[in-house]
Design a protein around this ligand. Structure first.
Ligand SMILES: Cc1ncc(COP(=O)(O)O)c(C=O)c1O
Length: 403
């Protein structure tokens, strides 16, 4: 079979502008959008074929069976050496965020604390708050990794006031791109057990591990038996519009999972399940081509920032297609401005400080650091899942706007 060409170079800016989803429609046409986590890729051929086949057959009914779990099991064995992936301990859910909320309903009560590592994916705050859970932040280290000393303090603190608590991890971490090591995850499992905290791991970015890093599925770590994982092909193959995800329960969480109401499984789209299963089962070559392109873009972005914006701090991500950039040295933050509040219910498209500057003066749309919670202010998140030309254009515009 012919090698898959770099999917990030397949579509022109004019073609991307014909899309109707969020990324290319939320700003005027002169803006380069490098914000929300959609990729500027052509659809993987095996996914397109599976969808075409479903359309030809009129196979557009309700989802059925464990095909998605079996496809993920094959992928997990091949990619991560997870040979005893527990197909029988999975449930389909509409998407990762709604799956997280449903799992929280199984293991916590309204008002209970849910710990997150800030700065973190902004919708964690909105979804947890909307589900009546109390978000408790535990800071990441300066290197954007889990700070185990801070975490144990937070575990201790929440358990003095609450009979139940959960800890929601993003692995790889959005926005710093840290891929948690097995040693880090083992330490987390020990601490969580000691303090009676239930762990939920959002592994949506797991297929997106860049050269040099290795992904460890949390449920393969010793001591993770009462934990839950959420997985999906949504980020790896750009399928956010084709709703589906899987909850996977550890061996001691299986009774909890059995209490998940049957109607939750009505939420994912049948076409979503078909697309995600095709991606996991047949989308490996496409993913490999993507990962090469993302690795090149990671290097390109680092080089462009070094050349044009040497003042900023660039945390080289180990996974995801998101780069967390410290713009504080640029002095673009207005600390007393009203839109500069961190955390809680910031909307993903809210802008402050550097992100506002770059939209207004460079016509580049980035995610604003302050919406990622404590420690996010003064940062921007750059989505580098785009063509080299767009990425280069964006950073040169940003540099020019600084003067
Ligand atoms: C860490 C993380 N979790 C969840 C999501 C959203 O997933 P879904 O659309 O399946 O709810 C994203 C999207 O970017 C994400 O980065």
């Amino acid at each position: 079979m012919a090698p898959v060409p770099n999917p990030l170079e397949a579509l022109s800016r004019e073609q991307l502008q014909q899309r109707t989803s969020l990324k290319w429609n939320s700003h005027p046409a002169d803006v380069l959008p490098l914000w929300v986590a959609e990729m500027d890729v052509s659809l993987a051929e095996p996914v397109a074929q599976a969808l075409h086949r479903a359309v030809e057959l009129g196979d557009t009914g309700y989802p059925f069976g464990d095909g998605l779990a079996r496809a993920l099991a094959e992928f997990a064995a091949k990619r991560w050496g997870w040979s005893d992936f527990p197909v029988d301990r999975t449930a389909i859910v509409p998407d990762v965020m709604l799956g997280i909320v449903e799992v929280l309903r199984l293991v916590t009560e309204p008002g209970d604390p849910v710990i997150v590592n800030a700065p973190v994916y902004a919708p964690f705050y909105a979804f947890l708050t909307h589900a009546d859970r109390q978000v408790v932040e535990s800071p990441l280290t300066e290197a954007g990794r889990v700070d185990l000393d801070a975490l144990v303090e937070v575990f201790r603190q929440v358990r003095t006031t609450s009979p139940r608590a959960a800890y929601l991890i993003s692995n790889p971490h959005n926005p710093t791109g840290a891929v948690h090591t097995r040693a880090e995850l083992e330490a987390i499992a020990v601490l969580a057990r000691q303090h009676g905290v239930r762990v939920i791991v959002d592994e949506i970015h797991a297929p997106l591990i860049l050269a040099g890093a290795e992904f460890t599925p949390y449920l393969t770590v010793a001591g993770s038996d009462d934990a839950f994982s959420l997985m999906s092909a949504s980020k790896g193959w750009n399928l956010a519009g084709l709703k589906a995800a899987l909850v996977i329960a550890g061996s001691e969480a299986v009774d909890d999972l059995a209490r998940m109401p049957e109607e939750v499984s009505h939420g994912p789209s049948h076409l979503g399940i078909i697309a995600h299963a095709a991606a996991f089962r047949h989308g490996g070559d496409w993913l490999d081509a993507l990962l090469v392109g993302l690795d090149e873009n990671r290097t390109l972005l680092g080089d462009l920032l070094t050349e044009h914006l040497p003042q900023v701090g660039f945390l080289r991500p180990e996974g995801t297609y998101l780069a967390w950039v410290d713009c504080r040295p640029l002095g673009l933050d207005a600390p007393d401005s009203e839109d500069n509040v961190e955390g809680d219910l910031a909307v993903v498209s809210d802008l402050a400080g550097p992100a506002r500057h770059f939209l207004d003066h460079a016509r580049v749309a980035l995610s604003s650091g302050h919406v990622f919670g404590a420690g996010g202010r003064g940062h921007v998140r750059i989505n580098f899942a785009t063509s080299r030309a767009i990425l280069t254009g964006a950073v040169t515009r940003m540099a020019r706007s600084i003067g």
